[in-house]
Ligand binder design. Structure first.
Ligand SMILES: Cc1cc2nc3c(=O)[nH]c(=O)nc-3n(C[C@H](O)[C@H](O)[C@H](O)COP(=O)(O)OP(=O)(O)OC[C@H]3O[C@@H](n4cnc5c(N)ncnc54)[C@H](O)[C@@H]3O)c2cc1C
Length: 425
């Protein structure tokens, strides 16, 4: 059986690894020059480890990807980093029951209510009934109006923008349920791990091509044809891991009612300003700082080197200044220098000592399809893996549910698709 996989993100690589182990003839086509997809990384001269274009970590219960790492012998580090909130001009650690109890920005009674609701979400497996209520209404009803306004509303609006009041409480459940206080990270960085997976695929006899953009998919009698540049290749099965709008654009003869349903599902993009600094920015050691200030032009400051030791990056301090934004936002057209100029006074509010002379280099990274919008009753909207075209499978970010998107679920869904393919033989 000849199988093509479009995309060498973690979904595509996991599918390629599992299929190549089962004896199928596997070819991966990736339009970029390297593997990793949304979790891709890069390495500057002098760095020992690669570093992601967009902040990435795993929870310690991300079992599918941790199992895959163990299987190919890739080591993982586990760290307990600090998560905090910037609120009323001050950084407050907020990542445990005790820090919530001490969080003075909310009345004591609301802290207790929030603690009880968070504990309930941690324990209940019943996300199904939560998909019938929005996160906003759920939080207001059970945690209280003030909790919503002070703590959650700025985060929902920052992350989902104009969609913030549509997000289902099942999405909120997943975020709380999955969160672990310790986090995991692949040794060498996500890019290094992707390269290790690529090597494992090749060792099993699979092939991976980079700078190989697929232009179209067509069904011709019993075969599927893939066109890349001037070349056309024939396969028995194809797994496409691309976001739905790209999949629809490249695939011939998909029924209209199917594409309409796929394109109804919406998503939001991400723009990350990344700074390499001479000094630590979040001096209290915070890794993840949520910005609860609606007038700020970014929603999170993530100091990677407060999570992974700076010794792997030539002692540089690496900082993300993160945003989720609709694709028509002006930040998609800006350079790192423009964003730094715009963000500078706000960064100085967080750390008044911060100075432009601290900056070694700036980068800006943009991803058009970064986060699916999860509205009410999403379980009835999740696209199936099997498409109306026989032998063609879709496995993308929009099919991760009820959990929130992540590399772990790219792997989990890819393994489900491989199961379907092997069963269909
Ligand atoms: C800001 C941000 C933060 C995140 N944080 C985390 C995190 O902390 N932890 C976590 O686990 N996950 C995180 N994620 C999510 C995670 O990156 C994704 O869920 C996961 O990488 C998706 O993998 P995938 O293989 O499904 O798709 P993708 O990674 O999107 O892979 C698709 C691949 O297809 C390629 N491609 C596109 N068009 C073509 C074409 N025409 N021909 C051939 N190839 C093509 C792309 O270049 C890409 O490599 C984050 C994502 C973002 C954007």
């Amino acid at each position: 059986m000849k199988v093509a996989i479009i995309g060498a993100g973690f979904g595509g690589l996991a599918a390629a690894y599992r299929l190549s182990r089962s004896g199928a003839s596997v070819v991966v086509f990736e339009s970029e020059d390297r593997p990793g997809g949304l979790a891709v990384g890069f390495k500057e001269p002098g760095w020992k480890w690669s570093f992601e274009k967009h902040y990435h970590h795993w929870f310690t219960n991300d079992y599918s990807i941790l199992k895959l790492a163990a299987e190919i012998g890739h080591k993982v580090i586990i760290v307990r980093p600090k998560t905090s909130t910037f609120i009323d001009g001050k950084i407050d650690q907020l990542d445990s029951p005790l820090t919530l109890l001490l969080f003075s920005k909310l009345p004591f009674i609301e802290r207790i209510r929030m603690g009880i609701v968070l504990a309930y979400l941690k324990l209940t497996p019943n996300w199904k009934k939560l998909e019938k209520i929005t996160s906003e209404n759920f939080i207001k009803k059970y945690m209280g109006q003030k909790s919503w306004e002070v703590l959650w509303e700025p985060l929902f609006v920052g992350k989902f923008q104009r969609y913030s009041s549509q997000i289902s409480a099942a999405w909120f459940w997943a975020r709380i349920k999955k969160r672990t206080t310790s986090l995991a990270y692949p040794e060498g960085g996500f890019f290094n791990f992707a390269v290790a997976l690529d090597n494992a695929v090749r060792k099993n006899g699979g092939r991976v091509f980079y700078n190989a953009k697929i232009d179209s998919i067509t069904r011709k009698e019993e075969k599927l044809l893939l066109k890349t540049g001037k070349h056309i290749f024939e396969f028995d099965k194809i797994i496409c891991t691309l976001p739905s709008p790209l999949f629809v654009k490249m695939t011939h003869d998909l029924p209209q009612n199917y594409t309409d349903k796929l394109l109804e599902l919406e998503g939001i993009g991400a723009v990350n300003l990344v700074l390499s600094l001479k000094k630590q920015f979040l001096e209290d050691g915070t890794y993840w700082l949520n910005i609860n200030a609606s007038h700020f032009p970014f929603i999170a400051v993530v100091e990677h080197t407060n999570f992974v030791d700076k010794k792997y990056y030539n002692s540089e301090h690496l900082l993300y200044v993160g945003n989720y934004l609709p694709n028509d936002h002006s930040y998609y057209r800006k350079e790192a220098g423009d964003l730094l100029r715009e963000f500078y006074p706000f960064l100085k509010t967080i750390n008044p000592k911060f100075d432009k002379s601290w900056v070694n280099r700036g980068y800006v990274f943009k991803a058009q399809f970064a986060q699916p919008i999860i509205p009410l009753n999403y379980s009835q909207k999740v696209p199936p893996f099997e498409t109306p075209i026989k032998g063609l499978y879709l496995c993308n970010i929009q099919q991760v549910y009820p959990w929130d998107r992540g590399t772990n679920y790219a792997v989990e869904n890819a393994e489900k698709v491989v199961g379907l393919i092997l069963k269909s033989q």
